[in-house]
Design a protein around this ligand. Sequence first.
Ligand code: PLP
Length: 403
Amino acid sequence: MSPKKQEFAPMPDKNGYFGKYGGQYIPENLKQAMDDIDHAYEEIIRRQDFQDELDYLFKYYVGRPSPIYHCRRLSAQCGGAQIYLKREDLNHTGAHKINHCLGEALLAKYMNKTKVIAETGAGQHGVALATACALVGIKCEIHMGEIDIQKEHPNVCKMKILGADLISVTRGTKTLKDAVDSAFEEYLRNPKDFFYAIGSVVGPHPFPKMVRDFQSIVGREAREQFLELTGGLPDAVLACVGGGSNAMGIFTAFLDDENVRLIGVEPAGHGLETGEHAASISKGTEGVIHGFRCYLMQNEKGEPLPVYSIASGLDYPGVGPQHCYLKDIERVEYVTIDDKECLDAVMTLSQREGIIPALESAHAVAYAMKIAGDLPREQTLLVNLSGRGDKDLDFIMKVLDIN
Ligand SMILES: *Cc1c(COP(=O)(O)O)cnc(C)c1O
């Protein structure tokens, strides 16, 4: 199967807006840098040699296409709709992030940038980016909070072995927020020669568009594979939503299929009523963060609130602008799953199917399990399994007190 060539989704508009969301809320000097990236991106994706290189790497390096898989035992337990998984957990490096990191690294190289910079929280974005930079042959600098460095030992080792420069951030809370500030300051020293690689469909235009386009391979493959395997389209497609890249990756191919329900699953953390969650679309209000407009968890001054999820890849106070638009036009339903339901899904999928999901992806699995029982057996649910649980093993053992 050869995935179709890049399609040019009609959104965003030329200023980077999805309805009223997105845009570029940034200083003038950065606007020039973002416009340069936008132009280089539009140029590169029209080039056959670039498309061929990306296709080649997706196939022989990442291992695409990732399969779709019918969870027969899990579906039988839920007693209703049939649950299928798109196995992004089987990609090289264990998650969907490699799809856009490869695209970004190739673009940075094409633009003759001297260094790719990013922040990382739990280290997933850092590892995927360090991998892509090693492959493409470009310098990579990852900023990470000192506390996160202590917590995420295996990912720290991976980034170092892959040749990335790891900057330990010791200011403030020594976690993700300070790592963002530190990485951004370094970028601002020389936006002409450096490339800031954003890790999701967030940030100023053109990043929400670009990251979505690089991830859209997931949905193009899944739609074709599902048709081939079942003879029809799924009744619903589900994905977890942090910044929203894996969700946009699978949703994009189904946006025009009116009969396919699209469901984005946000983290309810300790419960929406406790305030300790990261359900930005479900509970946030319009605001600006990191250079773009979106639904945001914020205080009266418009400052982002601390957010929480058991899955560190989901605890972002904002969310991709296209998701905000898709919520307003009611094309996508946004729902929530709390920590407990997430952990239950991790154990159930592991013990029914022999697949240990990432805590992030388990949110989408949990919602599929929750609704499957009330749906007829002929219905089908396709879940984007964005990553594998290897990174979460120690944590799961500890919180569930498994010996
Ligand atoms: C980072 C991550 C996510 C969250 O990011 P999105 O941009 O919302 O997709 C989800 N799943 C896994 C496995 C991740 O590593």
